[in-house]
Design a protein around this ligand. Sequence first.
Ligand code: CS2
Ligand code: MG
Length: 402
Amino acid sequence: MSKIEKVEVLVTSPGRNFVTLRVTASDGVVGLGDATLNGRELAVASYLRDHVAPLLLGRDPARIEDTWQYLYRGAYWRRGPVTMTSIAAVDTALWDIKGKVAGLPVHQLLGGRSREGVMVYGHASGHDVASLIDDVARYRDAGYQAIRAQAAVPGLPGSYGVRKGAVYEPAATSLPDEQLWDTGAYLRFAPQYLGAVREEFGFDFHLLHDVHHRLTPIEAARLGRALEEVQLFWMEDPTPVENQDSFRLIRQHTTTPLAVGEVLSSIWDVQQLITEQLIDYVRMSVVHAGGITHLRRVFDLASLYQVRTGSHGATDLSPVSLAAAVHLDTTVPNFGIQEYMGFTDETGEVFRSGVTFSKGMLDVSDAPGLGVEYDDEAAARFPYEARYLPVARRLDGSVHDW
Ligand code: CS2
Ligand code: MG
């Protein structure tokens, strides 16, 4: 039996911070898992290095389910993003190892292909309606079948979801940026610019929009109703998700499909949302929701209720995460869509991934395991720097949900 011999926690910042777990077995096989929790990266690094690595040494890397249960139940303290991201990193690395030992890509271990590719949505954004329209055109020209559209709300510089450089990355160095928020201005503007996108390009592509937890349930209900004409693929995170009942209220008022999950980490966090059919898409990710083992369980529960998948795939999820997500997406019967924002060139120097993009879809390589390699020399060129997501404040200065 091979044994886990080495567990390394790798932190690098090629354009943004990534934490990666590398597990080496006694037969020399190496597995990678993403452990990145945006803005709280070192908490996960410490959890893994100080509390998980000693438990893994000497274990059989083939026992993925048992290791998952051991880390989850054995910690006594349950759920939460730091714990679940740490378990995810181990789980993903063990699936990578299992694939390499078997000589099979991970999607084969999960049951094989259910589809030829995985439809993704790209992120179009603009500082005003005209620049948003230009950006949507760019995504359409690049072959995207689904596009998320976000524009800066007039008078509110630094609206979430609007790109500054080549790739959207809201985390700032040193202390968090503080950004102003005005719900009334947003509610007046969003239907205008989403309507302008449909007027310009018609309906032959999927249009998505992220509300980023900014509204109360009744405000979200009003927006969902106002957006029915533009036929969104989904309205994302319309209201904070701690109270799952909120979504019933939104549902009672609108047929705009709802997507939720990027800040959630366990099946219990979405249990009511799924079993009461309060959402249409579950947006949890491999990295923040306990790895391939746990996310597959969420997706299976969702399939019983005709809830489809729509995994989170922002730039703060590393190429290891994206590869794991695409392997899983390739197999599950209730796949919906995968978020894909691309990565900076620097990120590509550290992580060499076999995932390919063509005609608006991603596909995995047939390399054994996840098909991602980590370049230590490149990683060493990009040392960690503290970064924080922004904080939102209302016009009266009080803190709002970012
Ligand atoms: C966003 C994210 O991708 C999305 O839908 O909500 O960009 C989110 O802001 C970041 O992942 C936070 O780390
Ligand atoms: Mg989002």
